[in-house]
Structures are given as structure tokens and as C-alpha cells.
Design a protein around this ligand. Structure first.
Ligand code: HEC
Length: 164
């Protein structure tokens, strides 16, 4: 009887030992797996980042758009003089104000350009704003007098004396 109990006890201890060892082996395997694939697993667990859609809406009618410095409306480059608002409202709808600021003409010249745009480019009838617009353009974007000097006439040529 004693012998049998001893064997049972031994067998129990033996099996417990095997169990504990398998347990440790399992722990070590898990640890090794975690060490080698931890980053991959962490990546899996991460929630998918929400993509933030930022809309880049051009801001109209903000402070900068109204800024005037040294008499120039910064956003359009137009001279901020009498009639400027009407010109900005009517003349920057289709193209940049640069077409205006880089041009110079007399009142008749500006009128011709407006008529050309009305005839061929779909510019609307400017109504009672037309004289205001023409005054603004002819005053602020008039042909510049200061330009090239006049051509020389009857130039007296002479020979350089190189004898000395
Ligand atoms: C309905 C659209 C429209 C409006 C509004 C408009 N334009 Fe134009 N304008 C045009 C087009 C189109 C052109 C030709 C652009 C090009 O050649 O790239 C043009 C050209 C011009 C040019 C260049 C002409 C040249 O001979 O080079 C000037 C200056 C100009 N516009 C001034 C004005 C002024 C001043 C106003 C306001 C009264 C105005 N535009 C309003 C359509 C318009």
C-alpha cells in the first residue's frame, strides 16, 4: 500500500512538474512572439486614423480683402480712389484687375475697350455706372506723359579728332 501511495505521489509531482514546465515554455514562447511581432500586433490594434479633411476655401470678404495701403487696394492692386468700389464690382468678375492696372488709356480709349468687351466678351450694360467707371479709369490709369524723350531732329554730327 505504502509503495502504491508513494508512486501516486511521485506521479502527481511529476505531472505537476511537466505542467509547470509546459506553462513556462508557453510563457517563453509568448514572450518571444511578442518581442518579435509586438510592433506588428500593436499596429493591428491601433484604431484607423480618421483622416481630417481640411477644406481650403478661399476667403472672400475678410479683413485682408478690404485692406488698403498707400492708396492701393491690396487684394486687387487697384488704386483706391473715387469710384473704386464700382470698378472692383464690375471689372474683376471675369478677369484679374491686372488687366486694368497694366493698361493706360484716355477716356475714349477706355470706352473703346469697354465697348469691345460688351460686343465680344459678354460684358453687361454698365448703365449709370459707366460714367463713374470711365472717370475712374481715365483719371487713375491715364496715358503717362513721362516717357521717352522726343526724337532728336537735325542732329549736327561731327568727326572726332583723334590726331593728338
Ligand atoms: C463679362 C466679362 C468681363 C467683364 C465683366 C469685364 N471684362 Fe475686361 N475683358 C474680358 C475678356 C474676356 C478680356 C480678354 C482677356 C484676355 O485677352 O485674356 C478682357 C480684357 C480686358 C482688358 C485688356 C484689353 C486689351 O486690349 O488688352 C482690359 C483693360 C479690361 N478687360 C478692362 C475691363 C474693365 C475696365 C472692366 C469693367 C468695366 C472689365 N474689363 C470687365 C471680359 C470682361
Amino acid at each position: 500500500m505504502e509503495n502504491k501511495n508513494d508512486r501516486q505521489l511521485l506521479s502527481f509531482l511529476y505531472r505537476s512538474l511537466i505542467f509547470l514546465m509546459s506553462y513556462f515554455v508557453l510563457l517563453i514562447v509568448c514572450g518571444l512572439l511578442y518581442l518579435s511581432f509586438g510592433d506588428v500586433i500593436k499596429d493591428w490594434m491601433k484604431p484607423t486614423p480618421q483622416v481630417e479633411v481640411k477644406r481650403n476655401i478661399a476667403k472672400y470678404d475678410n479683413e485682408d480683402n478690404d485692406k488698403i495701403e498707400h492708396g492701393i487696394h491690396l487684394a486687387s492692386g487697384l488704386i483706391a480712389a473715387k469710384g473704386f468700389e464700382i470698378v472692383k464690382a464690375n471689372c474683376t468678375a471675369c478677369h484679374s484687375a491686372k488687366l486694368i492696372t497694366q493698361n493706360r488709356a484716355t477716356k475714349e480709349g477706355w470706352e473703346a475697350m469697354i465697348e469691345w468687351m460688351q460686343a465680344t466678351q459678354g460684358l453687361w450694360d454698365l448703365g449709370k455706372n459707366e460714367p463713374i467707371i470711365l472717370d475712374y479709369l481715365a483719371t487713375n490709369y491715364a496715358p503717362e506723359e513721362v516717357g521717352r524723350r522726343a526724337n532728336l531732329e537735325e542732329v549736327a554730327y561731327y568727326m572726332l579728332d583723334l590726331s593728338d
